[in-house]
Design a protein around this ligand. Structure first.
Ligand SMILES: [Zn+2]
Length: 249
C-alpha cells in the first residue's frame, strides 16, 4: 500500500487539515500521481499524509462529490476511471450546461464579478507564460468555470456542474495532452470573458459552448487517432483549431 501512495505528499501542521488533505489528493489525481482505479484507503492515506483519519475521510467524501472518486461496494472509494465514450457523453451535456451558465452569468454581471474574472484570467496567463505545469493550469481552468457558474446564481446548475467538473477535467487532461493545451484554453476563456464584459449573453453562451465543443473534438481526435497519426495531430494543434473542427457545435 505504501508504494501506491508514494507520490502523495505529507501534510504539514496548520490550517484546516481536511481542506489541505482534499487539495493534495485532488492535485494528485488531476496530475496523475494517483492513477484511475486506485483505492483511496483512509487509514493508509492518513499514515502517508501524517494526519489523523477523520480529515482524510472528509477529503475523500469531497472527492466523491467532485466526481474525482467514486464509491465501489466492498472496496470503498476509488479514483474515477475515465472511459472515452462515457467522457464524450459527459462533454455533450457539459457543452449545454456551460453555455447556460455563461448566459445566466452574463445577465447578472457587475463590476465586482468582472474584476474577479479578470484576476483569474491574469493568474492563468501567468501560469501559462511561466510554464507553471499541468496541475497549475488545471487549477486555473477549473477556477474560471467555477466562477462563471457561481455567477449564474442558479443553485441547481451549480450543483450539477460541481459534480461533473472533476470527471470532465480528469478525463480531458488524462486523454488529451498537448504543449499548447493551456494556451488554447486561456484564449477560449478570454473569448467567453469578452462576450460577458460586452454585456452580450447570446455571445457568452456561444463562446462557452464553443470552448467545450472544441475540447470534445480534441478528445474525439485523440480517441480515434492511431499512434502513427499523432504527429499530424500535433501539427494541426500548433495553430488554433480551424472552425471546421467544431463538429456538431
Ligand atoms: Zn476551460
Amino acid at each position: 500500500m505504501a508504494a501506491t501512495y508514494a507520490a502523495v505528499k505529507s501534510i504539514a501542521p496548520g490550517g484546516l487539515l481536511a481542506d489541505r488533505a482534499y487539495e493534495e489528493l485532488r492535485a494528485a489525481i488531476l496530475e496523475s500521481r494517483l492513477a484511475p482505479g486506485t483505492a483511496l484507503s483512509v487509514p493508509a492515506l492518513a499514515d502517508r499524509m501524517n494526519i489523523s483519519r477523520s480529515p482524510v475521510r472528509e477529503a475523500v467524501q469531497r472527492l466523491i462529490h467532485d466526481g474525482l472518486a467514486r464509491h465501489v461496494p466492498h472496496r470503498g472509494a476509488v479514483v474515477t476511471s475515465v472511459d472515452v465514450e462515457d467522457l464524450r457523453q459527459l462533454y455533450v451535456v457539459r457543452e449545454q450546461l456551460e453555455g447556460l451558465a455563461a448566459r445566466l452569468a452574463a445577465e447578472r454581471l457587475d463590476v465586482t464579478a468582472l474584476t474577479a474574472l479578470e484576476e483569474i484570467l491574469a493568474e492563468h496567463g501567468r501560469v501559462v507564460d511561466e510554464g507553471g505545469g499541468e496541475g497549475a493550469h488545471i487549477e486555473q481552468d477549473m477556477r474560471f468555470h467555477q466562477a462563471i457558474r457561481t455567477l449564474s446564481g442558479n443553485d441547481h446548475l451549480i450543483e450539477i456542474l460541481d459534480q461533473i467538473q472533476g470527471k470532465a477535467h480528469l478525463g480531458l487532461h488524462s486523454l488529451w495532452r498537448h504543449p499548447r493545451a493551456a494556451r488554447l484554453a486561456l484564449e477560449e476563456h478570454q473569448k467567453i470573458y469578452d462576450a460577458m464584459a460586452a454585456g452580450d449573453p447570446d455571445a457568452a453562451e456561444l463562446a462557452a459552448r464553443n470552448h467545450v465543443a472544441r475540447l470534445r473534438v480534441r478528445l474525439a481526435q485523440t480517441a480515434s487517432a492511431p499512434p502513427a497519426r499523432r504527429k499530424d495531430d500535433q501539427r494541426e494543434h500548433d495553430d488554433h483549431p480551424p472552425e471546421g473542427t467544431d463538429i456538431g457545435a
